[in-house]
Design a protein around this ligand. Sequence first.
Ligand SMILES: Cc1cc2nc3c(=O)[nH]c(=O)nc-3n(C[C@H](O)[C@H](O)[C@H](O)COP(=O)(O)OP(=O)(O)OC[C@H]3O[C@@H](n4cnc5c(N)ncnc54)[C@H](O)[C@@H]3O)c2cc1C
Length: 313
Amino acid sequence: MNSDADSTIEPVTIVGAGIAGAACARVFHEANVPFRIVDRGRAPGGRMSSPELHGRRVDLGAGYFTVRDQDFTTVVADWESKGLARQWANTFGILKPETAPCTTTGPVRWATPNGLRSLVRNMLDGFEIEDSTELTELPDGHVVVAMPDPQATRLTSVPDAVDYDAVIAVACGFDGLDIPFRDAAFVNDHPDIDFVVDDGARRGDGAPVLVVHTTSERARQHLDDPDGAIAPVLDALRELSVITTQPAWTHAHRWTFAKPAAQHDSNFALDERDGRFVGLAGDQWCDAGVPRVESAWRSGTDLGTALVQRLSL
Ligand SMILES: Cc1cc2nc3c(=O)[nH]c(=O)nc-3n(C[C@H](O)[C@H](O)[C@H](O)COP(=O)(O)OP(=O)(O)OC[C@H]3O[C@@H](n4cnc5c(N)ncnc54)[C@H](O)[C@@H]3O)c2cc1C
C-alpha cells in the first residue's frame, strides 16, 4: 500500500500505470488516500513506452507531447527543471508520394532524453507498483480503471465505450542517415505509413534510428504477426526517398489499442456500484481537443480529485 495514508479511508486500487493512472496516484498521494497500483506490463508507462533496443532507449509509443493544459504546464516545468523533458520542435516535414517534401509548423512538441516512459517513472517514484499483474476482473474495494475502453470493458461495464485504432511502430537502426526532413515528418496519402521520426534528433543523442508508425489499415493486416509490417514500411520509406540503404536492424511493436477513434464528452466517469466507487480514466476521456498524453494526464488528475472529494464526504 502506498502513501502515509489516512487509515479511516478504504484503499483504492488503480488498475493501469500509464500516465492517467500515475496522475491519479499523485492526487491520492497528496491527499493521503491509501492506494495500490497494478499493471500488467513489466514496467509502468503504458503507451509511453521506451524499451532499450540495441543499446539505447527508443520511443515506440507516443512520439512526443504537447502542453496546452495550464495545470500540465506546471508538471512539465518541473520535468524540464530536472532535465527529464525538453522543448524539441514546432516544425515537422510533410511527405507525400510523388511530391516534393515541405514543412508544417504547429505547437511546440516536447521530447525526453531518456524516453517518454521516464516521465511516468518520475511520477510514480517512491510508490510500490505491482507490475506483471494482469487483472481479469475488478478487485474488491474502490477501483480506478485507467486504460483504453476495449481493455477496460474486460473488467467492467463502460458507458458508450469508444473503439481504438491500431498502429504498428517499426524502429530501424542504420549505420548513418541522410533524410529529407528535420526531426519528424507526417506522411500524407500513403496507404502504409503516416509518421516518421528521427529518434536520434528527438532524444538528442543523434543516433541514426528512425521510428515509423503505420496507418491503422496496414496495422490491422499484421496484428497477428507485427514483423510482417516491416517489409511494407521499408518499401514506403524507399518510395518516399527517406532511405536508400537497408537498415542494420529493425524492431516491430504492435499497438492494438493505439489511439481512440472517438472520445467521451467528459474527462472521467465515477459511479458508486455495490457500495464502492468505480472510476474510469484514460486518454479517451477527453472533453476538449484530441486525445493525447496531456489529456490522459488531465483525465487521471480530474478523476483522482473527484474521488478524493467523494471519499472525504
Ligand atoms: C504509436 C503511438 C503514437 C502516439 N503518439 C502520440 C503523440 O505523438 N503525442 C501524444 O500526446 N500522444 C500520443 N499517443 C497517445 C499516448 O500515448 C496516450 O494518449 C497516453 O499514453 C495514454 O495514457 P493512458 O494512461 O490513458 O493509457 P495507457 O498508457 O494505455 O495505460 C494503460 C495501462 O493499463 C495497463 N493495463 C491494461 N489492461 C490491464 C489489466 N487487465 N490489468 C492490469 N493492467 C492493465 C496497460 O499495461 C497500460 O500500462 C500515441 C500512442 C501510440 C500507441
